[in-house]
Design a protein around this ligand. Structure first.
Ligand code: 13P
Length: 342
């Protein structure tokens, strides 16, 4: 595996004006999303919903890659084309979620460690043969007065680096995802300090475990006030705090930072990304790898009904286009009206 294939894939995923769709909801998460629109989570409904997203015309202008779930990478479009092949034919890079979820961390009440390292080398080999060229592993950290602990911070960083090393060995670009959760009443300053400590641990472990940073992407949270905080930071403050944090802790060798949306409204996620890119250029590409913020309007438009497929595709296309504009700081809230008048 020439090292530059990893570099090329990582760079392609953060190509100008484009970002990643996270469509890798686990069975329990997609069930929650379907419950919210009254649709049963059957294998065929999950396949049909992902088919709708992946066959959206022209979305490849704004979407560089799609993260799939184990079930989805083995499924096919209505015409029988396997999903990875369909995506590749549109110039979209197929990716795969490979962790098996955040589980209680032993002797650390209320904290988690992400599992999935056992047997990962073999699974990566299979996923690559199915077409995956990048992967995702998500670690989560909750903020309270005394959390996350150093133990939780370093245990997750160590696992993220072990995952990243196995990916690079297999010729797969690792997306390293340390997510500091924004539930709670904490201030934006507290989110800044916790995110800083987490990133410091992650890049220490990545360095120690010999990771080639140019063949990786970082998928972090933005630095936000807790969702239940009384006085929440506005768009410009979020951009300032987030950039300050990443300038201090993310090496310039990393080609791109692809933010998760983490429960922000779809328009907030776009506005925050836009505000950061307006302050560019930066040492790395600043892009998106959104799940909910790209899919929420499409899910609502779809409601599981075949006659709504086109409306759902229009909604998804519109969000992808808005986030594509935010990649270069060219987004303006007035552009949202296009969805209504289209
Ligand atoms: P959200 O954008 O909905 O946070 O999902 C992104 C993701 O892949 C979380 O792991």
């Amino acid at each position: 595996m020439p090292a530059n294939e990893l570099h090329e894939t990582a760079r392609a995923l953060v190509a100008e004006g484009k970002g990643i769709l996270a469509a890798d909801e686990s069975d329990s998460t997609i069930k929650k999303r379907f419950d919210s629109i009254g649709v049963e989570s059957t294998e065929e409904n999950r396949r049909g919903y992902r088919d709708l997203l992946f066959t959206t015309d022209g979305v490849q202008d704004y979407i560089s890659g799609v993260i799939l779930f184990d079930e989805t990478i083995r499924q096919s479009s209505a015409d029988g084309t396997p999903f990875p092949e369909l995506l590749e034919s549109k110039g979209i890079v197929p990716g795969i979620k490979v962790d098996s979820g955040a589980k209680p961390l032993a002797l650390a009440d209320g904290e988690t460690v992400t599992e999935g390292l056992d047997g990962l080398r073999g699974r990566l080999e299979e996923y690559r043969s199915l077409g995956a060229r990048f992967a995702k592993w998500r670690a989560t950290y909750s903020i309270t007065n005394d959390k996350p602990s150093e133990y939780c911070t370093w245990a997750n960083a160590h696992a993220l680096a072990r995952y990243a090393a196995l990916c690079q060995e297999a010729g797969i670009v690792p997306i390293v995802e340390p997510e500091v959760l924004m539930d709670g009443t904490h201030t934006v300053e507290r989110a800044y300090h916790v995110t800083s400590r987490v990133l410091n641990a992650v890049y220490t472990e990545l360095f120690d475990q010999r990771i080639d940073l140019e063949g990786t992407l970082l998928k972090p949270n933005m630095v936000l006030s807790g969702y239940e905080a009384s006085d929440r930071a506005g768009v410009e403050d979020v951009a300032e705090w987030t950039l300050r944090c990443f300038y201090k802790h993310v090496p310039a060798a990393v080609p791109g930072i692809v933010f998760l949306s983490g429960g922000q409204s779809d328009e907030d996620a776009t506005a925050h990304l836009n505000a950061m890119n307006k302050r560019g250029p930066h040492p790395w590409q600043l892009s998106f790898s959104y799940g909910r913020a790209l899919q929420a309007p499409a899910l609502k438009a779809w409601l599981g009904k075949p006659e709504n497929v086109e409306a759902a595709q229009r909604a998804y296309y519109h969000r992808a286009k808005m986030n594509g504009a935010a990649r270069t700081g060219m987004y303006a809230p007035e552009m949202e009206r296009e969805a209504v008048t289209a």
